[in-house]
Design a protein around this ligand. Sequence first.
Ligand code: ATP
Ligand code: MG
Length: 484
Amino acid sequence: MKKRRPLFWQLYFNYLFLTVIVLGTMTTLTYFGLQRFHLEQTKKKLLSYASISESQLKNKFLRREKNFLQDHASLLGQSTHTRMTYLSATGDVLADSKRSPSEMDSHKNRPEWQSALKTGYGEAVRFSKTLGQTLIYVAVRVSGPGKIYGVIRAAQPLESIRATSMNIFIQLGIASLVVLILVSTFSIILSRKFSNPLRDLRLRVFNLTHGDLSSRMDLENISGPKELFHLARSFNNMADELEARIDRMNQFEQMRKDFVANVSHELRTPLTSIGGFIETLQEGEVSEEEQKKFYQIISRQTHRLTAIVNDLLMLSKIEKKQEDKSITFTQTPLAPVLNSAIEVLKPKAKKSEIEIQLHCDESIQLLMEPQLLEQAIVNLVDNAIKYSESHSQIKVTVTSQENSIRIDVSDEGVGIPEEHLPRIFERFYRVDKARSRKVGGTGLGLSIVKHIAILHKGTASIRSKINEGTTITLVLPKARLKNQ
Ligand SMILES: Nc1ncnc2c1ncn2[C@@H]1O[C@H](COP(=O)(O)OP(=O)(O)OP(=O)(O)O)[C@@H](O)[C@H]1O
Ligand SMILES: [Mg+2]
């Protein structure tokens, strides 16, 4: 497998490498550039000395005034730290600022002399036998009309140029080193800035995969570039989403468990009761009157079981429709549906002498599944009858709103304490278990209503006051006409 180095080291070494290259190249180029510049400057200087002498000394050359020339060479040489040499047209040394001309041999073979004689100008960088060091020579011709008198040569040691350049080179080197240290520190800081959040992110991903769902990046204090910030934010969003999903899954699992427990509990009570009475009847030592009573109880409990199972079937049917989205809504007049629901319950209402009123404009239509909507109204009116005293009134009122139809089912019954209202639509939720069971309730009616409302893309809500009454309100969206 490819060997991978940490981001920190990669960034750090790349920065450092780049810096060393840049600084090295710069220093070397500067060094050589300066040296060349210096050499050129020195040549120009030497040329100017030689040229000045040439214009001053033409006559002295012509007349071969050796003493004058020697004095001149010494004086100029001393004041300019330059070696001045005056040569004849034949290459003999006439004067020299550093040596006695008598000690010096012919300079015929010196390239600068040869070139100056020929072209008027000559230069050379070479080792001087006379002085025993490398010199820069510049030579100019001294000539009159139609005649060459000699050559003037000025020279300075190359060493001095080298020394100055070396001096500058050393200073440059020191400066580079300082820059290198600065860059190195800076790149450590920068590399950390990049790599720290990434390391942090890795740690958090690790935590997340090992079950710590609360692991998040601190977006406020994240260092590094925008991309890293986006990455961290995406991570947080992902973690949020994951946490929400797992929460939902847990919630769902809990709901499922509760549901199974509730169903079992609800079924057990009537089953135990039925079982008990059958055993007693089997023993045979029961009076005829008691027998009749027991059969009645068994019959009632059987009805109760059937009711529970029917409610559960109804709920799962609605849920299945919801999941499959296989609902066949039809545009249906609302009043007949409500009427039919009320008809179902008329006998039960009559027993308690409860009056049911319906207020619904005949023209109102609704996109609905009529059987389900009727079931919802049956459940609501059934509750209203069950939880009301006799001689009271129940009203089913329909109001047409701008985009929706509102159905209120209100009674003048016992009402529901406020603290129960938020949970009233949950499955198996009953306010007063004893009372509700006595009237045959299982606590599924309202949850069926709610599911039916949701199926119709509507809502179900409740308002209630103890001993004053309860109103359940369904708000269902109006149908959109096909040509709209
Ligand atoms: N109109 C009402 N007046 C007072 N309390 C009500 C009314 N409607 C519902 N409740 C309370 O809300 C609870 C839940 O109602 P829901 O219809 O879901 O169940 P249920 O009537 O007990 O049983 P069932 O499944 O047979 O309808 C009831 O047990 C009752 O306590
Ligand atoms: Mg009910």
